[in-house]
Structure formats: structure tokens, C-alpha cells
Design a protein around this ligand. Structure first.
Ligand SMILES: C[S@@+](CC[C@H](N)C(=O)[O-])C[C@H]1O[C@@H](n2cnc3c(N)ncnc32)[C@H](O)[C@@H]1O
Length: 295
């Protein structure tokens, strides 16, 4: 099967230090949407029915159409396949997370990663779809994301479980995204109340909330951070881009812990060996970002 190249962050963006403009704050329309409940799902039979359903919820018809079209592309490319993940993709207003940068707002449903400022990116929908779906997130799962970024990845997770945690290292970005969740909750996207946010160096995980059933890492590193593996439950899954700078492979790790405490892992490349470059897994020293955690 021929696949288009899709990456989470360009080398140029990844190489940039944290100096790019913060862009504007969230620019939302005042309109509100009807809150969703776990028993409700949007129709998946036709584009028209999906748009009508979303419009009735209070969303924009143009973005709903683009969401549907991207969903069809995700299905075709086998980047999304399970009913709960499909539901979460169809419910998540990706455009609201792209609204921080006027230059990308209308491009929210494009295939590629997009520049959200601070030298980092919002990962593309195909990559997010596949990384989310391989985790097979259940309603009861506690899920940790490393690299909040735009916030859209944890928004997908919030439509799969009410127990989502996300860590972002860049303080103003973490604050801006927290603000987006708060605005969206106010607007009626009450599912985003499921997301706990924190600004910190995600290398060390979220000790107080551990252990986690699932962990998703959205920045690239040359090894699996031992604290994250430690904080993953026995029987849990992690998806993480591992490899040298700009040349990671996206690996799914399944952890099993024996009665004697010994940890066994099995690994699977979710792209069959294809390189998918990510922005770097950076390191916090005091309150400064200094280099990366690569060894
Ligand atoms: C590809 S970007 C954003 C991905 C995000 N999930 C999204 O779709 O917008 C990766 C993010 O990881 C963050 N990051 C890098 N190193 C980190 C660390 N040590 N701890 C937490 N976040 C980190 C970056 O600042 C960036 O926002």
C-alpha cells in the first residue's frame, strides 16, 4: 500500500529554539455546543447525516465536512479502525485547537503537522489516529500523555476515557492549552473536564497519579524513559517515538511484570519500520529547557 509521508514535526521546527511567536490566544466564537454523554455517538453512515448531527450539536458545517472527509481518509489508510476511536475523532473539534494560529486554523484537518508556535507542532490527524487507536483505550483506563502541545491529542483521549493526564514542558504553551480546554468546557465540550494538565518535564511521568493503563509520548527520544515504563501498569501499553533526532520509529510497548517485580516488554513498530520524525523530547533544568533527554 502506498502511503503519503506524514510527520509530527519538521527538522526546521524541531531545531528551532523556543522563540517563535506564541500567536494569539484562543479565538472562539461565542456560540455554545450541546454537551455530549457517553451513550451518544455521531452517525457514521453518511456525510450528510454526520453534518446534520454535528450542526444540531452547535458545530460549524464546513469544519464538520472536513472532519468527515479526514475520517474517511483515516479509515482508508487504516489509521483508525475501532468504534470508540472513530467516535472520539468525530466528536473532537480539531479546529478549536488550531485556532491559536490564524495561518493554520482553516487547515486543521489537513494531513500534515501544523505550526502552533514555540517551535513545536500539532501532530497530523493520521499519526494521532493510529497512535490513539493502537492504545485501545477503554472507558476505565487511566491514560498519560507526554507532550500536550496544541491539546488535541488529549482531547481525543478525553472522548475515550474520563481519566486523562497530560504534561507539557513549555510553560506558556501549557498555560495557553489549559486556557483552551477551559474555554471549550465553558462552551459545552464538557468531556474536556476529563483532562488533568500539568507543566513539567514529562521524562519523570506523573508519579502521584501513577500507575497508568496507557501512556502516549508525542515527542521523540532515543530511549524509553525508565520512569515512564515504571509508571505503566503490568498489562499496560505505551506508544512512543524512539530513535535518533529526526529519525524516530513509533513503537508500541506492552509491559508485563512478574510476581517477583521483573519487567518484561514486547515491542512492535506501528509503521512497520517507517521513520516518523518528531519534535525532540526536551529536558528541564530548573525552569529552563536545556537540550534533550537523548543519551
Ligand atoms: C509534536 S508536539 C505536540 C503534540 C501534541 N500531542 C499535539 O498534537 O499538539 C510535542 C510536544 O511535546 C512537548 N515536549 C517535549 N519535551 C517534553 C518533555 N520533556 N515533557 C513534556 N512535554 C515535552 C513539546 O513542547 C511539544 O509541545
Amino acid at each position: 500500500m502506498k502511503r503519503r509521508r506524514f510527520v509530527s514535526g519538521s527538522a526546521a521546527l524541531a531545531a528551532a529554539t523556543v522563540v517563535s511567536p506564541a500567536f494569539v490566544g484562543p479565538a472562539f466564537a461565542a456560540a455554545s455546543v450541546k454537551p455530549i454523554t457517553w451513550d451518544l455517538s455521531p452517525p457514521t453512515d453518511t456525510r450528510e447525516n454526520f453534518i446534520a448531527w454535528g450542526k444540531n450539536r452547535g458545530e460549524d458545517a464546513v469544519f464538520l465536512g472536513e472532519r468527515w472527509d479526514r475520517f474517511q481518509a483515516l479509515l482508508k489508510n487504516k489509521d483508525i479502525w475501532s468504534a470508540p476511536t472513530i467516535r472520539s475523532f468525530l466528536l473532537t473539534p480539531r479546529e478549536e485547537f488550531a485556532a491559536v494560529n490564524p495561518a493554520i486554523h482553516k487547515r486543521a484537518y489537513e494531513h500534515n503537522f501544523l505550526d502552533i508556535g514555540y517551535g513545536v507542532t500539532m501532530s497530523g490527524p493520521h499519526l494521532q489516529g493510529r497512535m490513539t487507536n493502537v492504545l485501545d483505550i477503554k472507558r476505565t483506563d487511566k491514560v498519560l500523555e507526554i507532550g500536550t502541545g496544541s491539546g488535541v491529542q488529549s482531547a481525543y483521549i478525553a472522548n475515550l476515557t474520563d481519566n486523562a493526564y497530560t504534561i507539557e514542558i513549555i510553560k506558556p504553551l501549557a498555560d495557553r492549552t489549559r486556557g483552551i480546554y477551559d474555554k471549550l468546557i465553558e462552551k459545552g465540550y464538557t468531556e474536556f473536564q476529563h483532562i488533568k494538565t500539568k507543566q513539567a518535564d514529562g521524562y519523570y511521568g506523573w508519579e502521584e497519579a501513577a500507575p497508568f493503563d496507557k501512556i502516549i509520548v508525542t515527542c521523540g527520544i532515543d530511549h524509553v524513559p525508565p520512569p515512564l515504563l515504571q509508571q505503566l501498569k503490568s498489562g499496560g501499553l505505551m506508544v512512543i517515538p524512539v530513535g535518533p533526532p529526526g529519525a524516530q520509529r513509533v513503537i508500541k510497548i506492552a509491559k508485563t511484570q512478574g510476581a517477583d517485580g521483573s519487567i518484561t516488554t514486547s515491542r512492535e513498530d506501528i509503521y512497520g519500520g517507517k521513520i516518523v520524525p518528531f519534535v525532540p523530547f526536551t529536558k528541564l533544568e530548573g525552569d529552563k529547557i536545556v537540550g534533550s533527554h537523548n543519551r
